[in-house]
Write a protein that binds this ligand. Structure first.
Ligand SMILES: NC(=O)c1ccc[n+]([C@@H]2O[C@H](COP(=O)([O-])OP(=O)(O)OC[C@H]3O[C@@H](n4cnc5c(N)ncnc54)[C@H](O)[C@@H]3O)[C@@H](O)[C@H]2O)c1
Length: 391
């Protein structure tokens, strides 16, 4: 079996999940065409890097991401850092001939995202962006039904990504609250995921009109170093206000979408929806039926078929399993449930199969560029107060 060396940059939340996915792959699929080999992990903090190597099973650690890119044992560079670092790292990796996986949002703006796409295509390397939710069997089933024409003409997409972790004012000014590191707030952090589902399921967006708000404009400066490895959640305890710093990103962004195909849409991304922990949801309404999904029930797709007899019409729940797209890789029966890592396991399997000579199936950087173009138009609309065209 061919092995492929993984070089990971970052040791935080998503490094944990990507590492878990590489390690778990043989438990889902055997034999593998290409087997991942955990070569090296980097973090700007050498203690975190060393602890990450021990915990996740990498052979070496470093506090310099450039060593990952230069390492002859590394074939794939997997970038899991704050968003402002993605472009420099991905472009350098592509120039060294490494395949690149990069978390979303691909970059802080469309110009950077395009440069990343140009670099990977020029280098002829494989590339994938972390739009994991697309790979959920229920979402893949929705894609299949829409593609088959079961909904007929699509009229509406109604998408939300709701969390509530931002409500606590003692949560410190971590990178997700700073434009210089995150690019944007709720918009890029979670809005880009639901936007990805809109683009994937309904098609290109032509115009946007958007508003945003920052409800908590100042947060306590971080006093202690975060430890993303040893604690749950964000990796640090909430702190009592001491010295404060300015939050310069959106806490909520709400968007009206006009799709090129004629459908209309709404999209809301917020970290201030009390009680909503990871409510990534959508409803799509077409002339022959509707589909609804909510990540808080990730194995379920709700389907309304308008051609059912009128006395039995109503939404039904499809419990996804091996008979649905991507489900065959997971468990042998519907009803065994689904967790956050499974769609990422599907993603990694697709990518490694491509490296083994299989057909292109993963979500490449082009999806990140398209997403960033819509987000740039959203930012313009928030500033101008007007409807903006997506370039
Ligand atoms: N696909 C998803 O569902 C999903 C979910 C969460 C986050 N993300 C994305 O994943 C990325 C990482 O997010 P996270 O939640 O893991 O963040 P995190 O804060 O938990 O981890 C970031 C890590 O990057 C390290 N780092 C910072 N600067 C570095 C540098 N110069 N060199 C090496 N390491 C450096 C930090 O020390 C930390 O270990 C972000 O782009 C985020 O948007 C995606």
């Amino acid at each position: 079996m061919k092995t492929i060396g993984i070089g990971m940059v970052g040791t935080g939340f998503m490094a944990r999940v990507h590492s878990l996915a590489y390690t778990a792959l043989p438990f889902y699929k055997w034999p593998l065409v290409v087997s991942p080999r955990m070569a090296v992990i980097a973090d700007i903090d050498s203690e975190l890097a060393a602890e990450g190597a021990r915990r996740y099973g990498y052979a070496r650690s470093t506090n310099d991401w450039r060593q990952v890119i230069e390492d002859p044992d590394v074939d794939v560079v997997d970038i899991l850092t704050p968003n402002n670092l993605h472009a420099e790292m991905a472009i350098a990796a592509a120039r060294r001939g490494k395949h690149v996986i990069c978390e979303k949002p691909l970059a802080c703006n469309a110009r950077e995202a395009q440069e990343m796409y140009d670099a990977v295509t020029r280098a002829g390397v494989h590339h994938m962006v972390g739009y994991n939710y697309r790979r959920t069997p229920a979402v893949a089933e929705a894609k299949k039904l829409i593609g088959r024409g079961d909904l007929g003409r699509v009229f509406h997409f109604r998408g939300t990504y709701l969390q509530d972790f931002g409500i606590d004012p003692r949560l410190p000014l971590w990178w997700r609250f700073q434009k210089s590191q995150a690019g944007s707030g709720s918009l890029g952090d979670i809005g880009s995921h639901v936007l990805d589902l809109a683009l994937h399921l309904v098609g290109d967006v032509e115009f946007v009109t958007a508003i945003s708000r920052t409800f908590i404009p100042e947060r306590p400066l971080m006093t202690a170093k975060p430890n993303f490895l040893s604690t749950a959640g964000a990796g640090f305890a909430v702190t009592e206000p001491d010295e404060m710093g300015r939050v310069d990103v959106d806490d909520v962004t709400a968007i009206l979408l006009e799709f090129a195909g004629g459908a209309t849409g709404t999209l809301e991304a917020t970290r201030f929806a009390a009680g909503r922990k990871n409510h990534l949801g959508f409803e799509i309404n077409g002339e022959k039926g509707s589909l609804a999904f909510d990540w808080e029930h990730p194995a379920e797709l709700r389907y309304y078929n308008a051609t059912d007899p009128s006395d039995t019409q109503g939404f039904k729940t499809i419990l996804t399993g091996p008979q649905h797209p991507n489900g065959e890789l997971l468990w042998p029966l519907a009803g065994f449930g689904l967790g956050f890592p499974e769609p990422i396991i599907v993603m990694m399997n697709e990518f490694l199969e491509e490296l083994g000579g299989g057909p292109r199936q993963s979500t490449g950087f082009e999806a990140g560029v398209k997403n960033s173009r819509v987000m740039d138009a959203v930012v313009c609309s928030v500033t101008s107060g007007k409807k903006e065209r997506v370039s």
